[in-house]
Design a protein around this ligand. Structure first.
Ligand code: 2BA
Length: 147
């Protein structure tokens, strides 16, 4: 990366730092909680996006949202997993970036979120921006002044 002032750094477009949608593990609206549990367990991610067939973003799903509704009084009711749809348990309030946003907005939001979903003007899911990628770029930028 060429030498950038902090202002130029913060104004960089986010487009080059997005993990594109085809590489992002996700579940689809209508999938049941058993399938979602499998995806979360097999990929190892703690939280993943919920998309529809047209790749529009609808929510976010984490392990706790799956286990919480099946916790009975004295045992875990695993058999209920197939009856629960991800759309019933997902978090619909999702922090998003627009594809046209700059690095500053990503930096502001990533303090409270491990990753941010990136959407276009039609609400189509383009991918995610992770805390790891943002910190890596921030580190590069800080070190250019110390080396
Ligand atoms: P977590 O799943 O809680 O993961 C926290 C960090 O642990 C990740 O940070 C990454 O450094 C590492 N990690 C976890 N699972 C991994 C795996 N299967 N392969 C490689 N590294 C893994 P970040 O890379 O900054 O990701 C932040 C969050 O973004 C993740 O939180 C996850 O919720 C989401 N995420 C990242 N990549 C994803 C992908 N390809 N598909 C779906 N979600 C993803």
């Amino acid at each position: 990366m060429m030498s950038l002032s902090s202002r130029e750094f913060l104004e960089m477009p986010i487009t080059d730092f997005i993990i594109s949608s085809e590489k992002v593990a996700h579940v689809q609206m209508g999938n049941n909680a058993e399938h979602a549990l499998l995806v979360l367990t097999k990929t190892g991610y703690s939280s993943i996006p919920v998309l529809d067939a047209k790749y529009r973003l609808h929510g976010m799903l984490s392990m706790r949202m799956i286990t919480e509704p099946i916790l009975g009084m004295d045992h875990i009711e695993y058999e209920r997993l197939t009856d629960i749809k991800v759309d019933e348990i997902m978090d619909k309030k999702v922090a998003t970036l627009n594809i046209g946003d700059n690095f500053q907005r990503a930096l502001d939001l990533v303090i409270n979120h491990a990753f941010l979903c990136v959407i276009d003007d039609e609400g189509t899911f383009m991918g995610i921006m992770t805390r790891r990628v943002i910190l890596k770029q921030l580190k590069k930028h800080i070190y250019q002044f110390n080396s």
